[in-house]
Design a protein around this ligand. Structure first.
Ligand SMILES: NC(=O)c1ccc[n+]([C@@H]2O[C@H](COP(=O)([O-])OP(=O)(O)OC[C@H]3O[C@@H](n4cnc5c(N)ncnc54)[C@H](OP(=O)(O)O)[C@@H]3O)[C@@H](O)[C@H]2O)c1
Length: 323
């Protein structure tokens, strides 16, 4: 399990003071095993916050792995050069207060704008140099991921939405990932709380996943999916969230479920549930339709219900764009 830190960013939702964020991070760090956090250069204020938290925790921070992202602004895509990529990576290192970034996940808003293979190559050069330990991507469909792999970019992971509600990665993308040893890191596993017993506050996650619910048939289908998860949860003595995570993790090539940080506690052993093929079939029968098209295709339509609610310019803050 990876803990997602979009929830801590300014603009995701109300209510995360620095103290609350530190308390949630301390709680996550107190669980057994290494703590893996997911953030991004465009989650405003989050890389800085994690850097401050890790520094303040001294040795304990040695157990923390931080995955960040490289998400150039839509308006900048046609002007990216090697120096731009380096400046963004250097800015993330500075904000996180680390020598090398554990994983940088590359996102490109619009594949019709050329330059994305070259940008990924420049990112891979920084891996050679030791500023970045691993290169990943996020929201890449099978066709675009294949292009990067065939160019020789050493992509280790692809962070995509994968849940009972959104099964777009299954099929083409999972087959490619299995063939090429790329791990899927799954977000949206709880649909921001829509798939579980709920959520404590309004957030950008909920806006995002309500649009997904509309795609798959609306609140009635969501309720049937939640009921099917709850039924298995009762049988297993687990929570609905645990079963939702088990669903994502049971899918081929899925290596981790990302769960957004929350002030609500996780169950003591959130990864304890193992689903049978009959469970999977029952869950998928309860939610028979998934979002149409390849991974993230619907989101790439900027005039559509998913594209309209996104921000495309969150990277321009700060010093990365100064010459
Ligand atoms: N690459 C991308 O494009 C992309 C897009 C979206 C997200 N992400 C990543 O994925 C992470 C997860 O975000 P998400 O938007 O997909 O949300 P999520 O993980 O599906 O939902 C997390 C939210 O679910 C609620 N929740 C309900 N029951 C819970 C339980 N038992 N345990 C924990 N939380 C519970 C909490 O809301 P309350 O706190 O309100 O109760 C929590 O904040 C983000 O932080 C980010 O790192 C990446």
């Amino acid at each position: 399990m990876i803990r997602g830190c979009w929830q801590l960013s300014r603009g995701h939702g109300p209510g995360w003071s620095r103290d609350l964020a530190f308390a949630a991070l301390d709680d996550a760090a107190g669980r057994p095993g290494p703590l893996v956090l997911d953030c991004a250069d465009i989650y405003v204020g989050v890389e800085e916050l994690l850097g401050e938290w890790m520094e303040s925790r001294g040795d304990a921070a040695g157990r923390v792995v931080v995955h960040t992202k490289f998400v150039p602004d839509l308006g900048a895509l046609d002007g990216i050069d090697r120096g731009y990529v380096r400046r963004i990576v250097q800015r993330s290192r500075r904000r996180l207060r680390v020598d090398a970034l554990d994983l940088v996940q590359f996102h490109w808003w619009d594949f019709a704008v050329p330059g994305w293979v070259q940008a990924a190559e420049w990112l891979a050069e920084l891996r050679e140099e030791g500023l970045v330990r691993q290169v990943g991507v996020t929201n890449f469909d099978a066709r675009s991921l294949r292009v990067l792999l065939e160019t020789g970019i050493p992509v280790v992971s692809n962070q995509v939405q994968l849940s009972l509600l959104d099964r777009r990665p299954l099929g083409g993308l999972t087959a490619l990932c299995l063939e090429r040893g790329v791990t899927l890191l799954c977000y949206g596993t709880l649909a921001g709380g829509l798939l579980t017993s709920g959520h404590s506050q309004e957030s950008r996650s909920l806006t995002k996943y309500r649009a997904i619910v509309d795609e798959i048939g609306g609140p009635g289908v969501l309720a049937r999916g939640r009921a099917a998860l709850a039924e298995i949860a009762v049988r297993e003595g687990a929570t609905t969230a645990d079963v939702a995570l088990a669903y994502a993790l049971s899918r081929p090539a899925a290596g981790a479920a990302i769960v957004g940080l929350s002030r609500r506690g996780l169950s003591p052993d959130p990864l304890a549930v193992t689903l049978t093929p009959a469970d999977i079939a029952r869950l998928e029968a309860a939610v028979p339709t998934t979002v149409p098209g390849p991974v993230y295709e619907a989101e790439r339509n900027r005039a559509g219900p998913h594209g309209r609610i996104m921000r495309y310019d969150l990277n321009r803050d700060g010093d990365a764009h100064r010459a």
